[in-house]
Design a protein around this ligand. Structure first.
Ligand code: ADP
Ligand code: ZN
Length: 735
């Protein structure tokens, strides 16, 4: 075409309007679509768009269309859906998370859309009395009761039948006779308004100070981050509920993120005590109907408070006035599958995008958060003592070399004595071991063979109750074989080491009269079981609780005074950057379950290494000094939080393919001042679900952003065959 013709073509045809649409798939960005005449899409509109001969839901995105596609190939949007628009702050959150984690924006959008209730709840049908009842009509007793029930106002069919004590046939008959007419009931608000003025506890002076500061942060209607830290039982929850109250009084919505919502029955009860009604709850196990109702209520602003798991971050709050992240140090906030993101950090981002305050809460704040406090980015409110004068528990170290358990057993004499003493005083005790099942390893006494997962570089864990060997990484399970699969020796397979099942067995033999309760993810499968367990403990129907990390959560058991940690060294093995920090956090949380009311608590840690800084920190209860030591160790090497870290995990079906791609990555690794690449090395879980895994670690100074480095690095390397490269920015797990 000659230049003149081109110009004419452009002026002749009415230019097709195009819009960028983000689709919930891992494409690099939004695609352009043509806008059919008469359609006026706005950013955030949910649309139906053709994609590969099918149609996909997408969201009209912001910014200029990219215009790369010629008009002739542009496909028109099919329809704008009748659904609430995706808000600008959520769209920015999607962009932000994608940019930070290097996930495709569409993958992040998919997380936000999964929550979305596209199908509106159909308006409920009800009945009311017809305007004119034929007076000559003689009413049966049943029909009279129906009219009486409707005299107070319209009702839904099922409710009406119940109230009048009639069958649905009677109601239908009355409708046919023109006595009652069907109407659409106004939608009932699914969540009652929590009452901020419902009388709460009288706060101590310290608590009042902290609550006042949080109330101010809410009143400021501006982004800020506050760390609320304080010893276990200091009343942090009561304090931040005052911030929620302030948010409610301001007529805005509040979001509270909890690391494990299934274990939060006590939290929910407390919320109800404070505000007279339950909050909206959000997690992945909700029925699709509840999900739809909740999502709509959040979008309509009629769910004033939402307590949820990390996915609640993507709910469409129109007026978010407060974000609380309770137990901010918990690694459960990190999502390890799919889009790998840290819900705590992204919650802070969401708060910033909404201009709302964020409150991070913990008795054992993460080093990351403490570094932000020290740098002046976060404000800190500190509650130094337990509520109502309850003392912090005393901690004792039991050196297992000096006081070993009996052969083949795991509870040392001093620990047994302390538990017996608690029972004698009519108090409760708890045994903590962060390991499910009966034994972490099963070994043939005859040939030394170790039972290993066929899909993973991992030992199989014996679950004696289920008569199974299980892989805790891939879910593989097999019956416990009667003979060694290698040498054939019968009855030679021996459990090595303890899990909670084995400790339970030992406890049954040691404390036969004690009423025991096991709290592990396989014995406490859901919120209902957790609530029942908590009630049984509070009602003193239990003497001894034996549990995994579930028991470390924020439980408040007033009669529990002795906590025994079976293997305090457990989390310290392995080269994890945060092994010491996490062990201190976990054991401090477990210890914090003891002595929360009048009776003083005692915590006993069984260890082979009492001189270890972690044991000494727990003994002294001096977390601040421990954090300072950790900081001093990490700072010079620019380890997080004093530097940045990103992991690349290469995985393939063959070791050669994984090695090949890992080597290509190593050759193309970014270089420069303040940049280091470690690896490739086989991952500790060198084979997972049958895939061979290699790891590389990019470490930079804090002032260097890892994302641009990662992007240009990955552009240079073509993964071999079916090899995958997963990116984990700010890795928490190094397996
Ligand atoms: P934390 O969150 O710091 O572990 P909690 O908020 O769970 O502490 O408080 C510990 C216990 O003390 C809870 O049972 C709580 O209801 C109670 N408590 C805290 N502060 C008060 C108060 N001012 N008045 C009455 N009870 C309180
Ligand atoms: Zn496995």
């Amino acid at each position: 075409m000659a230049p003149a013709d081109r110009r004419r073509a452009r002026t002749d045809a009415v230019a097709v309007r195009r819009v960028p649409v983000l689709l919930p798939y891992p494409f690099p960005g939004p695609f352009d679509y043509a806008v059919p005449p008469g359609m006026v899409p706005e950013p955030g509109d949910l649309v139906l768009a053709p994609l590969n001969r099918r149609e996909s839901v997408g969201v009209v995105w912001d910014g200029a269309p990219d215009a790369a596609l010629p008009e002739s190939r542009l496909k028109p949007l099919t329809a704008i859906l009748d659904a609430p628009r995706m808000r600008a702050d959520l769209r920015r959150l999607v962009d932000w998370i994608a940019a930070y984690t290097l996930a495709a924006p569409g993958e992040v959008l998919a997380m936000a859309l999964r929550l979305n209730a596209l199908r509106p709840e159909s308006a409920p049908i009800g009945w009311q009395i017809a305007d004119t009842i034929p007076s000559e009509h003689r009413l049966t007793e049943a029909r009279r009761r129906v009219l009486a029930a409707l005299a107070e106002g319209p009702r839904g069919g099922a409710e009406l039948a119940r109230a009048a004590g009639v069958s649905s046939g009677v109601i239908r008959g009355m409708a046919d006779a023109g006595l009652i007419v069907a109407i659409t009931l106004p939608p009932r608000a699914p969540f009652a308004r929590p009452d901020p003025d419902h009388p709460g506890p009288v706060l101590s002076v310290e608590q009042q100070g902290a609550a006042g500061a949080l109330r101010q942060a809410v009143a400021a209607r501006a982004f800020s981050v506050t760390l609320l830290d304080g010893v276990t039982g200091s009343g942090k929850t009561e304090v931040y509920l005052e911030a929620v109250a302030a948010c409610l009084r301001a007529g805005r919505q509040a979001l509270v993120l909890l690391p494990e919502i299934a274990l939060s029955s006590q939290w929910l009860e407390r919320f109800e005590r404070r505000f007279a009604v339950a909050p909206a709850v959000w997690h992945s196990d909700l029925s699709s109907r509840t999900r739809r109702i909740t999502w709509r209520a959040v979008a309509a602003g009629t769910a004033p408070v939402v307590v949820g798991a990390r996915s609640a971050l993507f709910l469409p709050f129109p007026d978010l006035g407060l974000v609380v992240i309770d137990e901010e140090h918990e690694t459960a906030f990190k999502q390890e599958e799919g889009v790998v993101y840290h819900a705590r950090d992204m919650a802070v981002v969401r708060a910033r995008l909404c201009g709302a305050p964020a409150v991070l809460v913990s008795a054992t704040p993460s080093l990351e958060t403490m570094a932000n406090v020290e740098a002046g980015r976060y404000r800190r409110l500190h509650l130094p003592s337990r509520h109502a004068g309850a003392a912090l528990p005393t901690v004792r170290l039991i050196d297992l070399r000096d006081a070993p358990p009996e052969r083949g057993r795991f509870l040392s004499p001093p620990l047994i004595a302390a538990i017996q003493a608690a029972f004698a005083r009519g108090e409760q005790a708890m045994l903590f071991l962060n390991r499910r099942g009966y034994a972490p390893l099963t070994l043939c006494r005859h040939c030394g063979h170790r039972m290993q997962c066929p899909n993973c570089t991992a030992w199989l864990v014996e679950h004696r109750v289920r008569k199974q060997l299980q892989c805790h990484h891939c879910g593989h399970a097999e019956p416990i074989p009667p003979a060694c699969p290698v040498c054939g020796a019968e009855a030679s397979l021996t459990p090595v080491g303890p899990g909670v099942e084995r400790i339970t067995e030992e406890a049954a033999a040691t404390f036969p009269a004690a009423r025991r309760l096991v709290m592990a993810s396989d014995t406490i499968p859901g919120p209902h079981a957790a609530a029942e367990a908590a009630h049984a403990i509070a009602a003193r129907e239990i003497d001894l609780i034996i549990g995994t990390q579930i028991v470390a959560k924020g439980w408040h058991f007033p009669h529990l005074t002795v906590v025994g940690v079976v293997d305090a060294d457990l989390g310290l093995a392995g080269g994890d950057l945060r092994a010491a920090e996490r062990t201190v956090q976990l054991l401090h949380q477990v210890a914090g379950r003891a002595g929360r009311a009048e009776a003083p608590g005692e915590v006993l840690l069984q260890t082979f290494d009492p001189a270890h800084p972690v044991m000494q920190a727990l003994l002294a209860g001096d977390l601040a000094r421990f954090l300072a030591q950790e900081a001093a160790q990490r700072r010079p090497g620019h380890w997080p939080p004093y530097g940045r870290l990103a992991a690349l995990i290469v995985s393939a079906e063959s070791a050669e393919a994984a090695d090949g791609t890992a080597r290509d990555l190593a050759r193309a690794a970014p270089r420069g001042e303040g940049i280091a690449v470690l690896g490739p090395a086989p991952a500790p879980l060198a084979i997972l679900r049958g895939r061979h895994r290699r790891r590389l670690l990019l470490k930079t100074r804090r002032d260097i952003a890892v994302q641009p480095l990662l992007r240009s690095w990955l552009e240079k390397v073509q993964p071999r065959g079916a090899t995958r490269i997963d990116v984990d920015v700010d890795p928490m797990s190094f397996l």
